[in-house]
Design a protein around this ligand. Sequence first.
Ligand SMILES: N[C@@H](CCC(=O)N[C@@H](CS)C(=O)NCC(=O)O)C(=O)O
Length: 375
Amino acid sequence: MTDLHRLYALSHSLYSGRARAYLIKQRIAFQERSTGHESFKAEVLPKAKLATIPTLVTPAGEVIRDGAAIIEHFESANGRPSQPQGACQQIISALFDVIGHDGLLRPAMHYRWNFPEDNLHFVQHHFLHAQRETPERAEKTEHMMNRMRHVTEVFGVTEQSQPLVEALYTEYLDAFNAHFEQYPYLLGWKPCVGDYGLLAPLYAHLGRDPHPASLMQQRAPRVYRWVERMNRPDQDVPEFFAPGTDFLNNDEVPETLMAVLRAVAEDFVPETRAAAAVINDWLAQQQPEAGAAAVGRLGNLLGRAEFTVRGHTFTALASPYRFYLLQRVHAIYAGLPLDEQASVEQMLQACGMHEMLSIKLDRSIGRADNLEVWQ
Ligand SMILES: N[C@@H](CCC(=O)N[C@@H](CS)C(=O)NCC(=O)O)C(=O)O
């Protein structure tokens, strides 16, 4: 038995970056292990249920699969250090967690897989070293890489959509850069749950693979600094000469962050609306039993959502997990007094995200035994 947590993760994995940053910032001692480690299949997977990372093993041997569950495990035990007090800020934090998990997958995949002249050597190195040294290593690496290339299309990146994916991403990047010029984190002077969520796409792919990292360094140095900052235990704000220590006062959501949300809303809102319709149709037809796994990721598609942005129609995987995280936004809203609900509505209206309060699946999703399940 050890007093270290063990984080099964990979440095090039999108969702690993979110849980890793949380452990670093909250100063939780951990050792990171690759999924290629023998113990992952033999000891962890039977309890994790799905072979996804990040997966955490606590010193007591508890296995927690899923980045949101890992963060919730520590947040609930430690007085919620990453949750702001104010209603608007709580909603924004939870909303950025959804955006981080599902809202920037197209640029993340596009900038990793569609610039092989800059990225291939680096990416291949990481995929190879995630595999143990067996005779099938090279073949398995190729298989995994081809699978992810295919996923890029599943998320809606095609030759026709690439220019729009790039235009939308550079607009978010500019808006984020302007925000981080004012503050080091989304809601002021320390990270909220939404910062960790957002780091997922902006670290391993967009902030670390050679092509997009260079784009970020040159076009949005403040965003690049935030990515670095999120991976350090200290506050890391030397460029701010009079830093605060907490979330912003008076439940303030800065105008610079509203501008980011307006940029994100352009594809995030129509995609969420379309995905809900697809999954609700599926639910009506399939009527899954309560307790059945609500898994709609890569291998197991429930359907594809079609939605139009600036005249281009995207076709993209409809994932129930987006709604699992969105339920948290709804739960926060439902628990607010009427006057605070009104403030939240006004704020979301002003940044084009108002519909996120009403887009819902017809069945809710819970978690049991490390799996998201239909309730
Ligand atoms: N909701 C999960 C998603 C985890 C996830 O999909 N991780 C990817 C790596 S970044 C993975 O393990 N994919 C393997 C698969 O889906 O089979 C989380 O937030 O932890």
